[in-house]
Design a protein around this ligand. Structure first.
Ligand SMILES: Cc1ncc(COP(=O)(O)O)c(C=O)c1O
Length: 291
């Protein structure tokens, strides 16, 4: 499955009201979303036939579009029904679902008032984001030269396609240097997140995570904070400087795709896959499959 191209598979993709054959789910080359990155999307996981936090993701898609001035022509309930249809059409019970909204080709230019918001939903079976062999050792992050922009420079609370440009460049650079993913600092030089997941550290028994003022406050991040509260783990949302990593024992990432992924190394600093990471990873894995 891993090497199968995403545009050449069996199955069905919902586009603008129609369930199309997977290979026919195409857009025109003169689409505003392609030229000017006017697109927003979601990434959701399906566990035992249930989408984890499904309504939160549908609402975030609508909010992400609103931030860009795009109107999603569907309600949360309608998006929920479409996602269900797509899972059933593709017989996906454990996998990933990708709704996306973009401005079409009705108008081509910076001003895009006459474009329509188009929507598609695709789903596929999917395993872990990182190599499962890294589970007990942790993945390796390499600090990127790219920094997360401030909230008055980019729409940082929207899950918008354009924001991933520096994510891809950072992840490629990390992989070229022998890492699994990038650690991204923000415009002030504080630790922010990886290319596609939020970051937590454990320092002397306290769980800490950066304040999400210029990156996505992930749904998994919010879930982990709640689990930490339920488990009475001391927690702090704060600013973390890269130098502080010297005094940290555990690091992990959280995201729909990444789930809870232990980090074993950032640049030259080693971490252990410690008790708080394991406790929260176990709690998260139990929660996502809870009936
Ligand atoms: C850049 C970025 N940060 C954080 C996250 C984590 O968000 P969530 O937990 O809602 O999947 C994601 C994934 O959606 C992401 O792409």
């Amino acid at each position: 499955m891993g090497l199968l191209p995403f545009d050449d598979r069996d199955g069905y993709i919902w586009i603008d009201g129609q369930m199309l054959d997977w290979r026919e789910a195409k857009i025109h080359v003169l689409s505003h979303g392609l030229h000017y990155a006017s697109s927003v999307f979601e990434g959701e996981r399906v566990y035992d036939n249930q989408i984890f936090k499904s309504r939160k993701h549908s609402q975030r898609l609508i909010n992400s579009a609103d931030i860009l001035g795009m109107k999603v022509p569907l309600s949360v309930d309608e998006i929920e029904n479409i996602k269900r249809e797509v899972l059933e059409a593709n017989k996906v019970t454990d996998g990933y679902i990708r709704p996306i909204a973009w401005r079409g080709g009705e108008e081509m230019g910076i001003s895009a008032r006459d474009t329509k918001t188009h929507i598609a939903v695709a789903a596929w079976e999917w395993g872990t984001y990182y190599d499962p062999e890294k589970r007990e050792k942790g993945i390796k992050l390499i600090t990127s030269k790219w920094r997360k922009p401030p909230a008055d420079t980019a729409p940082t609370q929207s899950k918008a396609g354009g924001l991933y440009m520096i994510g891809t460049m950072s992840k490629h650079a990390a992989e070229d240097a022998g890492g699994d993913d990038a650690l991204m600092l923000d415009y002030r030089g504080f630790i922010s997140e990886s290319s596609s997941a939020n970051l937590f550290v454990v320092q002397d028994g306290t769980l800490k995570t950066p304040t999400p003022d210029c990156f996505l406050n992930g749904i998994t991040r919010q879930t982990i904070i709640q689990l930490a509260k339920d488990l009475s783990i001391p927690f702090e949302e704060t600013r973390i400087k890269p130098e502080e990593l010297q005094n940290v024992q555990e690091v992990f990432l959280t995201g729909t795709a990444a789930e809870v992924t232990a980090v074993g190394k950032i640049d030259d600093i080693d971490f252990t896959v410690g008790p708080i990471t394991r406790q929260l990873r176990d709690a998260y894995e139990a929660l996502v499959r809870k009936k």
